[in-house]
Design a protein around this ligand. Structure first.
Ligand code: PLP
Length: 386
């Protein structure tokens, strides 16, 4: 099997697995229990918190563990609007966010909040002028993702942070797809809240992190105990936290070297695809991107058919977000970048990872060439790539 869908999920790193084992086998106590057995589990949670704080450049008290990227996004958005209810009801986001943010914004609209969905350029980047123009007295939250999950395009979060800080507006960024892929301490992006998730960086599923800059107004949205500084109730998943902390440590240690390796593999792959197949479009390739992601539209074919054709040859890729596979609509991200429904429907995401090598990509180019040629022969789809 050739796995090129690392933006959907990643395999558990053996060192993360090892780090989890003691808490699944011997040290299974509840970290809130008062006896020594419980304190040992608590110590593991705090050790993991310290490891993550060290990697992202913040204090341990600014790290909140939860169940994943989706919950972390929900805590950020719902937590800020709850805390700032009396200050205003306007939220600013973009048209290209992950459903974890977009659908939370839509739910908040149903609760009476006003949401501005900023457009992006044809390279998939939010325009600062539009963002500045959207801010008003009632704006309480700006949420803009760091790297897009479908295209890998990086948003100008540092610049956004400078703008929101000057206006006294809270800024959240979903860094699920950039964490561990860029040699960058996430707390230094300048955002007040940063989301990331264990299973996107070779940690286990079911654990995520919300970085909460000290002093950021945030109210818990779930009722329960006082875990995680009172912000996220529920008994901590000690094994997952230990595995996530180990994975984060490894990812941040290797981000620079692995980033160079993946970027050169990805760029070579795109050159090969461009040379082997006519009428293709590399979405977002002129913008800054995370090094592992390539999003390609193929004229006159259906992306879903390419995914199935490659699957038959043992190659795993996807048409976009794994969370939207049941959604027949063309990608909202590519549509926001100006692609027609037809062109968006003909797109495939290739996301490379730690085990990807040049031979995998050579085999993928060859399989892709045959698959696309076959589909073009049998398909009645006709359209351009705009
Ligand atoms: N945000 C982004 C940008 C993502 O890509 C994903 C997952 O694909 C999520 C949030 C949700 O993360 P999780 O699967 O940990 O809930």
């Amino acid at each position: 099997m050739i796995y090129l869908d690392h933006n959907a999920t990643t395999p558990l790193h053996p060192r993360a697995f090892e780090a989890m084992l003691p808490f699944l086998k011997e040290l299974w106590a509840n970290p809130s229990s008062p006896y020594r057995f419980g304190s040992q589990a608590k110590a593991a949670v705090e050790f993991g918190r310290g490891q993550i704080a060290n990697c992202i450049g913040c204090k341990p008290s600014e790290v909140v563990f939860c169940s994943g990227g989706t919950e972390s996004d929900n805590l950020a958005l719902r937590g800020v609007v709850r805390a700032l209810k009396s200050k205003g009801n306007h939220i600013v986001t973009t048209a290209i966010e992950h459903p974890a943010v977009l659908n939370t914004c839509k739910a908040l609209e149903n609760e009476g909040y006003r949401v501005t969905y900023l457009p992006v350029t044809e390279e998939g980047v939010v325009e600062m002028a539009a963002l500045r123009a959207s801010l008003c007295d009632g704006t309480i939250l700006v949420t803009v993702m760091h790297a897009n999950n479908e295209t890998g395009v990086i948003q100008p979060v540092e610049e956004i942070a400078t703008t929101t800080r000057a206006r006294g507006v809270v800024f959240h960024t979903d860094a699920v797809q950039s964490a561990g892929k860029l040699d960058r301490k996430l707390a230094e992006l300048g955002a007040d809240l940063v989301t990331f998730s264990g299973h996107k960086l070779y940690g286990p599923r079911g654990v995520g992190v919300l970085y909460v800059r000290e002093g950021t107004p945030l109210a818990p949205w779930m009722t329960g105990g006082t875990h995680e500084h009172g912000l996220r109730a529920g008994t901590e998943n000690v094994a997952a936290i230990a595995g996530c902390a180990e994975a984060v440590t490894l990812a941040f240690e290797e981000a620079e070297t692995e980033g160079h390796r993946l970027r050169s593999l990805r760029d070579r792959f795109e050159l090969q695809v461009g040379a082997a197949i006519q009428a293709v479009r590399f979405n977002g390739s002129e913008a800054q991107r995370v090094p592992n992601t390539s999003n390609i539209s193929f004229q006159d074919v259906d992306g879903e058919s390419v995914v199935l054709g490659l699957d038959v040859r043992g190659i795993c890729v996807s048409t976009g977000s794994a969370c939207s596979t049941d959604d027949p609509e063309p990608s909202h991200v590519l549509r926001a970048m100006g692609l027609s429904p037809r062109a968006a429907q003909g797109s495939v995401r290739f996301s490379l990872g730690r085990d990807t090598c040049a031979a995998d990509l050579d085999a993928t180019v060859s399989a892709l060439k045959d698959t696309v040629a076959h589909l073009r022969r049998v398909s009645s789809i006709r359209g351009d790539l705009e």
